[in-house]
Design a protein around this ligand. Structure first.
Ligand SMILES: [Zn+2]
Length: 568
């Protein structure tokens, strides 16, 4: 049988299983009494947490091609073992559907991994030594950017000059921001590339530091940073590709089989597409175009549609921002900040702009994801979804990113509108130390309200927002079930009534992101016909601190072993 035909048949089986509302096991899960076509891969483990309500636990999974063909007991799975079958026996381990980060910045992680940190260096030479390492790793002429230096930690506390950077990287332009972001340290190659010299004027609000002869010394303050930074070229495809692959490896080793990539430009999307087409993208990426600037051109393009759930890259959405962040008091609140009554934050798009954007995205058939932290921003976004007319936001699976602080009046609107609540459990445990001061006790009731949202019938999708938070989805699971930080604080958890149980939290990292990516019935469950995206953990999960250091044993993406079992 051809692969295509097989995939089609299996996908048919998959959709039939999904459509089948009866809890009884589908025919394909019964132990075969007659010889069956051998599987390519059989995994037996301590437990398989299937997330399939009809059969929540099993011992073994058989995979053929890209899909799961059997889930059941270890004994019954033996029937699928043939001479060419790879058999992986992992006693005591736990298999779960491939974990998916529902809100991440994979490309952003790649950029962060490549942005040199010179933080904490004790001299200009020590910072230059780090630049020397970076220069070895990239071709001549490629810019090296970084940040974190602080001359106050260096002998003499004087600003550095371009000289130490010239010594280590004569042929790489180097631009390093100071730890506070308000000054830039450049080498001669960078100044040459930017056309900066003795004749360069200080721009308004900026200063070029100079020696006695009037030559720039290599430090550019405030608005003068733009003289150099504006000349840093856009990243070429080869650089973007390298960043994506590095970040994807990081994600894989954290146990992720997929991410929802929250806001990229067309150039990055093109690199993703090429990697996927060449079979080189190791995890699945469901991507959103970034920004208001792309709304006008949207009507002329079509969203990607992946009918089989097997595509590695799908560009189907648009990401917008309704407000800023709570930490910097940029989140738009209905009432003033409790700890700064002169402000209630700011909507980055006003109500009219949000409504217009929602309509443009809906008319183009794309999926809208809007960042909303404060209760005023969340209300404005829900209003914009509602204004599309009955059922429209639900049909297009529109999402609210973060949905962090909700007025109790708005909480049931997620379910009523069919809007997906895309939340990040670790944001709660990162923010809990200072969020009460910003919000005051009365507003905490609708803050990070996972349990309340779920009880109202809303769909919860969980993610990390990496690289803002750590990549590991286990940290998110831990935060979701404990609402404690890693040292176990506060005892009993922060607003513990909003905790989820382990299966609910797992659902938000598996089946729920599959739904948000139009792949329910194809991914997010371990059942016959489903795509074989699997995360194997070193031990079974329990809802406590042990979650965090559970080893990632093995990762399977589309039936392919993307990360092999650790050698024992
Ligand atoms: Zn984000």
């Amino acid at each position: 049988m051809s692969n295509v035909l097989r995939a089609t048949l299996l996908s048919l089986v998959g959709s039939l299983n999904l459509g089948c509302a009866s809890p009884g096991p589908p025919a394909a899960t019964a132990a075969p009494s007659t010889p069956v076509m051998p599987a390519d891969l059989v995994i037996t483990a301590g437990v398989v947490r299937t997330m399939d309500p009809g059969k929540p636990r099993a011992e073994a999974v058989a995979v053929r091609g890209e899909r799961i063909v059997f889930v059941g007991s270890a004994a019954d799975t033996k029937a699928f073992v043939g001479p060419g079958t790879r058999v992986v026996e992992l006693p005591g381990r736990a298999v779960v559907p491939g974990l998916v980060d529902g809100h991440a910045h994979l490309y952003g992680l790649g950029v962060a991994l490549e942005t040199l940190s010179v933080r904490g260096t004790r001299s200009a030479e020590e910072a230059a030594a780090l630049v020397a390492e970076a220069a070895k790793a990239r071709p001549r002429g490629e810019w090296i950017t970084g940040r974190g230096w602080d001359q106050n930690l260096w002998p003499g506390a004087a600003f550095p000059t371009h000289a130490p950077l010239d010594t280590v990287a004569p042929e790489h332009p180097v631009a390093l921001r100071r730890v506070d972001g308000h000054a830039l340290w450049a080498n001669a190659a960078a100044m040459r590339a930017a056309g900066v010299g003795r004749g360069t004027q200080d721009p308004p609000g900026g200063r070029v530091l100079r020696d006695a002869a009037g030559e720039p010394t290599g430090v550019f303050v405030d608005n003068a940073m733009g003289l150099v930074e504006a000349r840093i070229p856009g990243d070429p495809p080869a650089v973007r590709e390298r960043r994506i692959l590095r970040a994807a490896e990081e994600a894989l080793s954290s146990g992720l089989t997929g991410v929802h990539e929250m806001g990229i430009d067309d150039e990055t999307a093109a690199v993703y597409r090429a990697l996927a087409a060449a079979g080189r993208l190791p995890i699945r990426v469901h991507a959103y175009l970034a920004g208001e600037g792309r709304l006008e051109g949207l009507s002329g393009r079509a969203p990607d549609v992946d009918a089989t759930g097997t595509a590695m890259f799908v560009l189907r959405g648009v990401k917008l921002f309704a407000d800023g962040a709570l930490g910097s008091r940029g989140a738009a609140l209905l009432e003033p900040y409790a700890d700064e009554p002169s402000t209630s934050g700011l909507l980055l798009m006003d109500r009219e702009a949000l409504a217009r954007a929602a309509r443009l995205v809906a008319d183009a058939g794309f999926q809208l994801a809007v960042h909303a932290i404060g209760d005023r921003a969340n209300r404005a976004v829900l209003d914009a979804f509602e204004a599309l007319g009955p059922g429209r936001a639900a049909a297009l699976r529109f999402r609210v990113e973060h949905a962090q602080i909700l007025s109790p009046d708005d909480l049931p609107r997620f379910s009523a509108l069919g809007a997906i609540a895309s939340m990040q459990p670790t944001h709660a445990t990162s923010d809990m130390a200072w969020a009460p001061a910003r919000l005051g006790a009365h507003r905490l009731r609708g803050a990070y309200a996972w349990r309340s949202l779920r009880a109202s019938g809303a769909r919860l999708v969980f993610g990390s927002d990496f690289p803002v938070e750590e990549v590991s989805p286990l940290l998110g699971l831990h935060a979701a079930v404990t609402r404690q930080d890693l040292s176990g604080q506060p005892p009993g958890g922060w607003m513990p009534a909003e905790r989820l149980d382990l299966d609910e939290a797992l659902l938000a990292f598996t089946a729920a992101p599959a739904y948000a990516a139009w792949a329910e019935g194809q991914r997010g469950r371990i059942a016959p016909g489903y795509v074989a995206d699997l995360t194997v953990l070193g031990r079974d999960l329990s809802p406590d601190r042990s979650l965090v250091d559970t080893p990632i044993e093995m990762v399977v993406v589309g039936g392919r072993v993307a990360r092999a079992p650790a050698a024992r």
